[in-house]
Design a protein around this ligand. Structure first.
Ligand code: SF4
Ligand code: SF4
Length: 367
């Protein structure tokens, strides 16, 4: 595996096409934090050459957002090279302590924030008894289910109102393991793939619906590579809401609000889900676009350990994502609750409101 990572990095000709591509170049204007500098540092690491603190920092300053993916004429998957570099640094015991804390929390406690399992019950509305088996399984993920449970509750409320045959896992849910994947801990991630796939299949669900775009990508694309194809299909909540609105199972009214949609990186760049969330928002509000949208969307700067290790740089990207809709007189609709949590950390009283699609739809239900 280490050889595969090295081969990928060695293909790089240092052509410069990705030098200024990266949200962390955008946030700092420092070429050392652009994508090419990261590949170059990884190449030297794989070759056994010494790395400076700045080399390590640029490898850790990567959310694996894949903005750089389109830039490389040789199609080098730069985020995979970064994954390998982090695995190598972990082997050398040179990763930040935070990496170890987060990984241990996921493996032992089931969430990056090491929350006790009962915290995952807070989003379940009073009076809702999740059935043991159902056609749909709704999985909120850690940030929605634990940290901002009102966001998962809004989705559960909508699914109930639509009459959908669905269930949730409550305190049996476990982290998807994204951080383990982002930091190259693939054996540990494989164990989670086995555990979660079996758990989801035990509900008899034909369709797993995720609130989190990273859970969506991990369940849909990464688990089948690490373990095996599941018996269910995986979709994002925006796709289900679009279908429920199209079918008339949810009826809404337009609010007159202007809302900018923030594309989540894994949803749009790895899975091409671009239109569904826009269709949902357009039914209830006037859709406003960021200057950089869809494939070109700016990353929020938080995932893969960047927010806890470099909060100021990650925060700068969150500020940029809030300033633009504020200038355009729009609130913000997010497709990712981790983006929401991160952006919520830098808002002022005058900042735009930040809500999920489910929250915005729920506020505008017609009946
Ligand atoms: S994956 Fe994103 S954060 Fe990482 S190097 Fe590429 S553009 Fe930068
Ligand atoms: S665009 Fe590709 S070949 Fe050029 S510097 Fe970046 S990774 Fe290397």
């Amino acid at each position: 595996m280490a050889e595969d990572y090295r081969k990928l990095a060695d293909q790089c000709t240092l052509c410069g096409a990705c030098a200024e591509v990266c949200p962390f170049f955008t946030a700092t204007n420092n070429i050392k934090y652009g994508a090419m500098a990261k590949v170059e540092a990884a190449r030297r690491l794989f070759a056994g050459e010494p790395l400076t603190d700045e080399d390590l920092k640029t490898i850790f300053l990567c959310t694996r957002c894949d903005e750089c993916h389109m830039a490389c004429p040789l199609n080098i998957p730069i985020s995979v090279v970064i994954q390998g570099a982090r695995a190598e640094l972990r082997r050398m015991n040179r990763v930040p302590d935070k990496y170890k804390t987060i990984a241990e929390a996921i493996i032992k406690m089931g969430s990056p924030m090491a929350a006790p399992p009962e915290k995952r019950l807070a989003y379940i509305p009073e009076g809702f008894k999740p059935p043991e088996r159902a056609r749909y399984l709704y999985v909120p993920g850690c940030w929605s289910g634990i940290r901002l449970p009102e966001t998962a509750r809004a989705s559960v409320e909508l699914l109930r109102r639509s009459g959908l045959d669905f269930t949730v896992l409550g305190d049996r849910e476990w982290c998807c393991g994204l951080f383990l994947i982002d930091t190259g801990m693939l054996d540990e991630a494989r164990r989670l793939a086995e555990k979660n796939t079996a758990l989801f299949e035990s509900t008899g669900a034909e369709i797993v619906v995720t609130e989190c775009p990273s859970c969506h990508d991990v369940f849909k694309n990464v688990y089948p590579r690490l373990f095996r194809e599941p018996s269910y299909k995986v979709i994002h909540i925006s796709e289900l809401l679009r279908d429920l609105l199209r079918d008339g199972r949810l009826k809404v009214r337009r609010s007159g609000r202007r809302v900018a949609y923030k594309d989540p990186c894994p949803l749009v760049r790895r899975n091409g889900v671009e239109e569904a969330p826009r269709e949902v928002l357009s039914r209830v509000a006037e859709l406003v676009e960021y200057d950089r949208k869809g494939w070109d969307a700016l990353c929020c700067g938080a995932p893969a350990g960047v927010k806890p290790i470099y909060p100021e740089i990650a925060g700068r990207l969150a500020e940029m994502l809030i300033e633009e809709p504020a200038r355009k007189g729009a609130d913000i609709g997010v497709g990712c609750v981790f983006c929401m949590y991160h952006m919520g950390g830098v808002t002022k009283p005058s900042s735009p409101r930040i809500e999920t699609l489910s929250q915005i739809v729920l506020e505008n239900l017609a009946e």
